[in-house]
Design a protein around this ligand. Structure first.
Ligand code: F6P
Length: 319
C-alpha cells in the first residue's frame, strides 16, 4: 500500500516540469496520498532536503518555467555511497515510492534506485527530446518555440545586412531541437549530429542560394555537431561571406511553458500517480499517440532516441 510519494526534478530544468509537479500533488492528494517534495533532485535526496507539499504549495506555478523544486546534476548520486544515503533517507522519511522527472541521466538514476528495491516511476523532462519511448519530452516544445522566436528576429537583421548567420542550439548529442525548429522556421541549412555532413555540402548549398539571388542565410547547428564559431569561420574562409554567430544557450530553457508542454506534463503526472497506486513500478510514463503510456525503465535507459536520418533526408529539399 502506497501512502507517501516523493517527487523530484533532476538534471537540466525543462519548462512544464511545474505542471507535472502540480498534477502529481493535486491528483495524489485527491487519492488520499501524502506528497513529499524533494529539493534539488538527487542531491536533495542525499542531503534529506524534503518538504511536504500541499495543494496551495503548487498554486500559481503552471505559468512558470524552471522547477519550483529546483534541480541539480548530482555527482554524489553517481557514487554507491551517495545512492545508499539516498535510499536511507527515503526509508527514514517513510516515502513508499518516488516519481523522478528528468532527462536521460535522471532516468538512469531512477533505474539504479529501482534495481536497489526502491519503488520508482520516471517522467520524461528534458528540452532535448532524446528520451527513448516517448514521442515528446516535457520542455521540448517550449524550447523549440524559444528557438523559432529567436530565428524570426535574427532573420530581420540577416536580411537587412545580407549576412549569413550560424545559430547554435542545444540538444547534447541529439538533433531534435535543431531539426524541428530549423525545419518549421524556414532555415536554409540544418546540421545535426545524426547526419554527418561535410563542408562541400554546406558550400554547395550556399552557392546554389547565391545563384538564386538569395543574399542572406540562416544555418542552424545542433551543439552536438560542434562549434558554430568553427563552422562560421570555415564559411568565411571558403566563400568570403560575412557571417555572424549566435549561440542561443540557456534562453532556450526558460520562459512560460507552451500549452503542449503543460498538457503532456499534466496528463503524464496524473498517470504516474495512478500507476503507482495500481502497483506499477520501475517504469517511465511517456507520451505516445496523444496518450500517456508506460514502458520499462530498463528499455528506456538502454536505448537512445535520435532524429532518424531518413526523416532528415526526406525533408531536406525544404531548405
Ligand atoms: O539537457 C538539457 C541541456 O540544456 C542540454 O541541451 C545542454 O547541453 C545542457 O543541458 C546544458 O547543461 P547545463 O545547464 O548544466 O550547462
Amino acid at each position: 500500500m502506497i501512502k507517501r510519494i516523493g517527487v523530484l526534478t533532476s538534471g537540466g530544468d525543462a519548462p512544464g516540469m511545474n505542471s507535472a509537479i502540480r498534477a502529481i500533488v493535486r491528483y495524489g492528494l485527491s487519492q488520499g496520498l501524502e506528497i513529499i517534495g524533494i529539493e534539488r533532485g538527487y542531491q536533495g535526496l542525499i542531503e534529506g532536503d524534503f518538504r511536504k507539499l500541499s495543494r496551495d504549495d503548487v498554486s500559481e506555478i503552471v505559468q512558470r518555467g524552471g522547477t519550483i523544486l529546483r534541480t541539480a546534476r548530482s555527482e554524489d548520486f553517481k557514487k554507491e555511497e551517495g545512492r545508499k544515503k539516498a535510499i536511507e533517507n527515503l526509508e527514514k522519511e517513510g516515502i513508499d515510492a518516488l516519481i523522478v522527472i528528468g532527462g536521460e541521466g535522471s532516468l538512469k538514476g531512477a533505474y539504479d534506485l529501482y534495481k536497489e528495491g526502491v519503488k520508482v516511476i520516471g517522467l520524461p523532462g528534458s528540452i532535448d527530446n532524446d528520451i527513448w519511448g516517448t514521442d515528446y519530452s516535457v520542455g521540448f516544445d517550449t524550447a523549440c518555440n524559444n528557438v523559432i522566436d529567436a530565428i524570426n528576429k535574427i532573420r530581420d537583421t540577416a536580411a537587412a545586412h545580407e549576412r549569413t548567420f550560424v545559430i547554435e542550439v542545444m540538444g547534447r548529442e541529439c538533433g531534435y531541437i535543431a531539426f524541428i525548429s530549423g525545419l518549421v522556421s524556414g532555415a536554409d541549412i540544418i546540421l545535426i549530429p545524426e547526419v554527418p555532413i561535410d563542408f562541400p555540402y554546406i558550400i554547395e548549398k550556399l552557392l546554389e542560394r547565391q545563384k538564386r539571388n538569395k543574399k542572406h542565410n540562416i544555418i542552424i547547428v545542433a551543439e552536438g555537431v560542434g562549434s558554430a564559431y568553427f563552422i562560421g569561420k570555415q564559411i568565411e574562409d571558403r566563400m568570403g561571406l560575412s557571417t555572424r554567430i549566435v549561440v542561443l544557450g540557456h534562453i532556450q530553457r526558460g520562459g512560460s511553458p507552451s500549452v503542449f508542454d503543460r498538457t503532456i506534463a499534466t496528463f503524464m503526472g496524473v498517470e504516474a500517480v495512478k500507476r503507482l497506486i495500481a502497483g506499477e513500478n520501475g517504469v517511465m510514463v511517456g507520451w505516445q499517440n496523444n496518450s500517456p503510456v508506460s514502458l520499462g525503465l530498463e528499455e528506456v535507459v538502454k536505448n537512445k532516441k535520435r532524429v532518424p536520418a531518413e526523416l532528415y533526408w526526406e525533408v531536406e529539399s525544404l531548405w
